[in-house]
Design a binder for this molecule. Sequence first.
Ligand code: NAD
Length: 427
Amino acid sequence: MSESHSQPVEAHLSHPLFQNALQSIDEAAALINCDKNVLERLKRPKRCIAVSVPVRMDDYTVKVFTGYRVQYNSTLGPYKGGIRYHQNVDMGEVVGLACLMTIKNSVMGLPYGGGKGGITVDPTKLSRTEKQNLTRRYTSEIGPFIGPTTDIPAPDVGTDSQTMAWMMDTYSQERGYSQPGVVTGKPIEIGGSLGRAGATGLGAVYVAEKAFEKVGKTLKGSTIVVQGFGNVGSHAAQYAYERGAKILAVSDVSGGIFNGDGLNIPDVLEYIQTNRVLKGYPRAQHISNEELLLLPCDALFPCALEGVIDTHNAEKIKAKMIIEGANGPVTNDATRILHKKGVFVVPDVIANGGGVVVSYFEWVQDIMSFFWDEEEINRRLQGIIVKAFETGFKMSKEKNVDMRAAAMAVAVQRLEKAMLLRGLYPR
Ligand code: NAD
């Protein structure tokens, strides 16, 4: 049995990710004068599940992995959150991520609680068969706790649409009938949703359009810099480009490319399809990721890693606005510095909420067995994400705080209202 397995829940609550989330919840609670009993409940996960996952490896030996599913809060609806395969996954991290999903789903106004799951494994070291065996046994082990009306997993770091297909199939096989609504992020052919692949990048662009409106500008004609050219960053760059923004620079793990006249994004996308990384792209100047973050521009989209803007570089940032495509790219301390400098930071819980919104649409379509076209999905996505932005913006003006603190306050207030209405069972 792993160490994580045998410890009581309390032992996992000191994880820095969770402690940071708790600090933000405390600050938000003070801002809205949250009920003390509600706050007490909000600061603890409802259920933490640890499972042993025995897997037949390709060499016929059996290896036992540890998997987790944390169901943090279900006041607003079924638990919802991704499944992470990474060697650093432990119960503490999963608790922290499940707490953040509770906040994100609440601020986006979705009828979901928050959950998260994962397995401590380096997926790059597994063959396809081993990854499939691992996924199926993990799904079977957490099977009694998940389902379309209880807890709906999705992809996260190290998992993808194929992983979700295996999860959906395993869950369905064990019940004897197809249950596409048990997970989201599936391939289109088995109940996935149109628009899911580009949803996070598109959502970030819808949010940027609104943010520009608030400062009397338009996305069209603005200058944009994007860090990270993966799923979120490349779609954000593409949708902003299509709307007439000038994309000055983009980057990936191999470095950044800059063109003062604006990059031709379709050309960059074509280049990356054959070359896999941006390194060597001919029609631009090559810069480092650090230089890219400090470029003067109307909006910077950090869409790669967490913590790239911290107290070391926050003062030097020349962007007028930051749209957090990645999770946690700007630290809390850096957010305060930027807010003082007048930089408008739209936090991740709103800016990258497009992914979970279209996951929600996937679940709704699976339950109805009635599928929408992409135009309808994008229109509905815009409606939800813009509403979340406007609600956060209003709170930030009312309380005179940055958008991150405001978004947190909106989320905690919604949870507080719902918890007070539902009451405590048994009383
Ligand atoms: P991805 O793996 O598709 O892309 C990541 C990109 O970042 C790649 O271009 C990679 O080369 C680049 N990168 C990696 N290390 C880097 C470094 N040191 N410097 C600069 N660039 C680097 O991942 P993704 O799905 O686009 O996710 C990016 C972020 O957005 C993550 O924080 C993720 O949690 C978050 N996010 C993703 C979604 C989604 O729907 N994909 C939704 C919400 C949040």
